[in-house]
Design a protein around this ligand. Structure first.
Ligand code: GLU
Length: 469
């Protein structure tokens, strides 16, 4: 059975690179009807925090990347790692090493001076030392001295590394803790991982891990090392480039479907297609179509994709998100208010849920002031007459619907012999506070009679106060 794992170290939030790796694992699992494992690699006790674990779990859950097994925590598996370390010593594939820090430092300096790659020289390899609790030794893996480690990476192609390039790596530190390469191997073996998809910052660890797996007579998984995500300046994506934590995108009002769609395209392609439903991603995904070259993060593209999703997702879904956001902002809104209509009117014109909520805020609360530009341009003396007529006619209007409202506006344009804009625009600024809204008759209908009339009166007062006749 196909089994993948996402194995983040909880030393920070779930960032875009991690989320993309998780998505690739998830897609591949779904496509192959396999199983997806979440493993929290929290052995670095100093840098791992429970807050980071929560941030990772929140990010995965917001994106809908559900897992079949886990989360497993490496800190809960120390006994197992020690069991394997002992087994490796027993079978002669690992040995106790007492080289002092001092000796290793001198060795390193002399190798550097001779322009050699710094590596352990195997000093304790054949000494047959027994672990001595009085001393602070380490355990090293006895890497094969000869031969070549080869694997076919799904992204990078064939990789061959001479064992002579690899030294005897530490698998147990002097404080007794297992190292990353050891715990990963034990977990990948115990969890029957068939495919390791991870960032290519780990590609140099792979030949070492393969050697340990072989020593344990464990099957070697397939590997796919995905290139990193770069910022738009070609440097590795980091905080400097803006938001990198997945939940920051939630906060900013992006849709999880859009972020997933954006992430899948950052590193995988299927012809020129840009928009993929989740099902399409699953159906079309293949490891061999992963890009070899690093991809650059581009906010404009993400915005474009988010907008596509805002426009095309079922209206009820968008309305639910808007409602959630209104509740979070504690914006009191009448449960009978026709949110769907206004959301539908606006969703074509905004990029995020937050922008959508900002744009329709005037429906739920009094705006504090008019948009400066709109007020300076529109709320001036010539608007007074149309607004006064509107106030009078609207007050007497029996049926409050867009068609009747439209008829009133038309009457005023005829009476005053002016164009639509001369009436519609002052009304728009009066009732919304800004110069941007869906068709004005629909907007006024939605706002309801009392609110619309009060706001028209407010605009009249504003103009009278600022341009006394
Ligand atoms: N815990 C490692 C990391 O967060 C990943 C290890 C792996 O995927 O093998 O970089």
């Amino acid at each position: 059975m196909i089994k993948t794992r996402f194995a983040p170290s909880p030393t920070g939030v779930l960032h875009l690179g991690g989320a993309r790796t998780a998505l690739f694992c998830w897609l591949y699992t779904k496509k192959m009807n396999g199983s997806f494992v979440l493993r929290i690699e929290d052995t670095d006790l100093e840098r791992s925090t429970p807050e980071s674990v929560d941030a990772i779990l929140d990010g995965m859950s917001w994106l809908g990347l559900d897992y079949d097994e886990g989360p497993y925590y490496q800190t809960k598996r120390f006994d197992r790692y020690h069991e394997i370390i002992d087994q490796l010593i027993e079978q002669g594939d690992a040995y106790y090493c007492e080289c002092s820090k001092q000796r290793l430092e001198t060795l390193r300096e002399s190798q550097m001076a001779a322009k050699q790659k710094p590596r352990y020289d195997g000093c304790c390899r054949d000494l047959g030392l027994q672990p001595d609790p009085a001393k602070t030794g380490v355990v090293r893996f006895r890497n094969p001295a000869q031969g070549v480690v080869s694997f076919n990476d799904h992204v990078k192609g064939r990789i061959d590394v001479n064992n002579s390039e690899l030294d005897d790596l530490i698998i147990k530190r002097s404080d007794g803790s297992p190292t990353y390469n050891l715990s990963v191997v034990v977990d990948d073996m115990d969890m029957n991982i068939s495919h390791v998809l991870r960032g290519d910052d780990h590609v140099n660890n792979t030949p070492r891990q393969i050697n340990i797996l072989r020593a344990l007579k464990a099957p070697v998984p397939e590997y796919a090392h995905v290139p990193m995500i770069l910022g738009d300046d070609g440097k590795r994506l980091s905080k400097r480039h803006g938001a990198v934590g997945v939940m920051e995108y939630f906060e900013a009002g992006y849709l999880p479907q859009a972020l997933l769609n954006y992430l899948v395209r950052l590193g995988w392609s299927h012809g020129d297609q840009e928009i993929f439903s989740l099902q399409e991603m699953i159906d079309l995904f293949s490891l061999d179509a992963l890009n070899r070259a690093p991809s650059s993060f581009n906010t404009e593209k993400l915005n474009w994709i988010n907008q596509q999703y805002l426009m095309s997702l079922p209206l009820a879904e968008i309305v639910a998100l808007v409602r959630q956001r209104l509740e979070r902002l504690e914006l009191d809104h009448d449960p009978d208010f026709d949110l769907a209509t206004i959301v539908d009117l606006y969703r074509q014109r905004v990029v995020t849920i937050n922008e959508l909520v900002d744009s329709i805020g005037y429906c739920f609360q009094e705006f504090e002031h008019y948009d400066d530009k709109a007020a300076n341009k529109v709320l001036k003396a010539p608007a007074l007459e149309p607004l006064q007529r509107a106030l009078r006619l609207f007050s007497g209007l029996e049926s409050w619907d867009a068609a009747s409202i439209h008829a009133v506006i038309e009457t005023i344009t005829e009476e005053l012999e002016v164009g639509m804009g001369k009436v519609g625009q002052p009304l728009r600024v009066a009732v919304t506070g800004g110069s941007f809204s869906p068709p004005i008759d629909q907007t006024i209908e939605l706002l309801g009679k009392p609110r619309s009339i009060a706001r028209i009166q407010r605009a009249i007062d504003y103009i009278s106060a600022s341009s006394p006749s």
